[in-house]
Design a protein around this ligand. Sequence first.
Ligand code: ADP
Ligand code: MG
Length: 327
Amino acid sequence: QTVVNKIAAGEIIVRPANAVKEMMENSLDAGSTDIIITIKNGGLDLIQIQDNGCGIRKDDLPIACERFTTSKINSFEDLTSLSSFGFRGEALSSISYIAKVKITTRTADAVCAFQMEYGLGQPLGLGKLCAGNVGTIITVENFFYNNPVRKSILSSPTEEYVRLAEFVTKYAVRYPNVGFTLKKFGQHVADIRTPPSSSTLENCKLLFGNTITRELVLVEGETDKYHCKVAGYVSNPNFSIKKITFLLFINGRSVDCNKLKRSLELIYAAHLPKNGFPFIYLSLELPPGLIDVNIHPTKAEVYFRFEEEIISFIVTLVQSKIMASQT
Ligand code: ADP
Ligand code: MG
């Protein structure tokens, strides 16, 4: 059982950036409005994520890192919508199989916080009472300490940091009502700091600069047929950047969809210089039933039904918005 879980864990959490993404999503699910992430050595030595969400009840803490344990399924409908992004109750468990995990958490009705450490999906010891605010602090130390092969194929700490910072940036754009902070351990000045109750455009200014943000065009629309809602910002075709920036969310989760990315790039190809690329941020809401639920958790690439139709709807919508911005 342990071996199976360990192998599964290594497939779900392949690098620090995956762990950061999973834990940010948990903090968002817990209703947090402030998420502070501290990183040491590209996440290899330490990932700490502190939130002000609902916390985990003391009684639930011993099973928090057990595989397939989740507090998020209440009905079949929940099941289909949650499973659309891979896995239920596997993230924390997987992380505990490849690193040392410590959770300090307090719910609103508890008089103090409770802390527990984990290894291989199990609590180490009985945990202890401690001081703490309402919310959760999770520390992940010694990434891949028990898997030198996996560790050796990671990039440099600097590169791993860049990858996890990209996720924090994406979520800060998508969730402007939540404050995000990303900093290196021991550093006073944060590398990313967005205020809570901001807006997507304000956060784009902070994260990508004024120059790009001035060129962004609002995209909004909805298909009647597939109940697909689209919202976002794309750069106008008179403006280009050196590398494509493509931020895609489906039902609130950051995903990749190369087919959509390539189709959107094509709209710009006619307008932009050879080495010029667009900025595209889109957030889609799709009925969970349209998303392929059998997708493997590590694959951020998403597939959905009526893909051709939905992609062509999005392409037409983006095209019309950028054309309108030209006049
Ligand atoms: P899932 O998100 O699929 O439920 P996870 O392994 O990511 O599974 O998390 C397991 C459980 O731990 C969650 O269902 C939730 O109850 C709890 N949890 C994890 N992180 C947090 C957090 N930051 N705040 C509150 N609860 C959390
Ligand atoms: Mg989760």
